[in-house]
Design a protein around this ligand. Structure first.
Ligand code: SF4
Length: 344
């Protein structure tokens, strides 16, 4: 099991539920726009948010953003330790920085400032920005090079007795990212922030993230996730929630299972599944609901579901844990299903 760190009041690692993160794309110095976006992200299910800190004005804005943010705020800093120190003083809940990029002398200052405020540091290794000596050693971007880079940063912090760390090893290549996280998982117990970076637009980016993040989660690897999409960041939260659910990493609210349809299908299953999915949005019970295309195989194939419906000609079946409850006229199927759900 990984060590546990805390970002604001949110635990990461050590068996805590896998958390969802995102990043604002408003100018951080525009406090109102940034806070508005954070509130939308939080309402969608984001639990930790990161803001870019490219200059002093942005670093100073962190304090005001923190005042109105409903969730912990992580500051994303590249190279400049002064920005880190300013953002930490302004109240940041975590710093994402690569210690190896800011010079040893300044690493101690940043580590001391974080320790004093009790906030962690994320070492954010990115395949696209590996240190030149490591790239020269391996000759290319590869998982081993990324992990070596992470350990160089880790050792720098550990030299100053700073171990309040989490690590990310992102790559836009799914296989590279997955292998890097697997290697890191074997060699370290620092919590892992997992993601596939620059994954793309909503459809392809969600698919790449589902494979990369979901695959790792299914193997028990990963403590917090960020889906990176070229889209409104709220889309990242929707995708992250679905990935967590699909990977079985976090169970909240209902899950719909529906059959792919085949030559035995006797109802308009696609419309029925969409209708049930829509109505399930108002249900928060952790149940599995099945919508199946035929009465012959449906209840049996969906025996693991808590309840469900199976279509027939003119009438269908309502079933609970694989057992038929009753026959129902087709136009009453969905209503009867939700009446049953209410009793669960
Ligand atoms: S549940 Fe029935 S209709 Fe659906 S895939 Fe299975 S056999 Fe075909």
């Amino acid at each position: 099991m990984t060590k546990q760190i805390h970002v604001g009041g949110v635990p990461i690692g050590g068996g805590a539920p896998v958390t969802i993160q995102s990043m604002t794309n408003t100018p951080t110095q525009d406090v109102k726009a940034t806070v508005d976006q954070i509130k939308k992200l939080a309402a969608a299910g984001c639990e930790i948010v990161r803001v870019a800190v490219p200059d002093m004005e942005a670093a100073r804005a962190v304090g005001k953003i923190k005042e109105d943010s409903p969730i912990p705020v992580v500051v994303d800093i590249h190279f400049d330790h002064k920005l880190a120190l300013e953002a930490i003083a302004a109240g940041a809940d975590k710093v994402r920085i690569n210690p190896g990029n800011i010079g040893r002398y300044y690493v101690k200052q940043v580590a001391d400032a974080c320790r004093l405020r009790g906030i962690p540091i994320r070492i954010g290794v990115n395949g696209g920005s590996l240190e030149k000596p490591i790239l020269a050693k391996y000759g290319r971007i590869c998982p081993e090079a990324m992990v070596e880079s992470a350990f160089q940063h880790i050792r720098l912090l550990e030299q100053y007795d700073f171990t309040d760390i989490c690590v990310s090893l992102k790559s836009s290549n799914v296989q590279t990212a997955m292998r890097a996280y697997q290697l890191m998982h074997c060699r370290s117990d620092y919590p892992l922030h997992i993601g596939v970076t620059e994954a793309g637009t909503v459809r392809m980016g969600t698919l790449k993230s589902a494979v990369g993040i979901g695959g790792l989660l299914a193997l028990g690897i990963g403590d917090t996730i960020r889906v990176s999409l070229s889209a409104d960041p709220v889309e990242e939260i929707y995708a992250a929630r679905e990935i967590l659910k699909a990977a079985g990493a976090r169970r909240e609210g209902p899950e719909l299972v529906s059959c792919p349809t085949c030559g035995r299908t006797r109802i308009d299953l696609i419309a029925l599944a969409n209708q049930v999915e829509e109505r399930l949005k108002t249900v928060d019970k952790p149940i599995t609901v099945a919508v199946m295309g035929c009465a012959v195989n449906g209840p049996g194939e969906a025996a693991a579901a808590d309840c469900g419906i199976a279509g027939g000609v003119g009438e269908g079946l309502l079933f609970q844990k694989g057992e038929i409850v009753k026959k129902v006229p087709q136009d009453r199927l969905v209503d009867e299903l939700f009446e049953l759900i209410e009793t669960l």
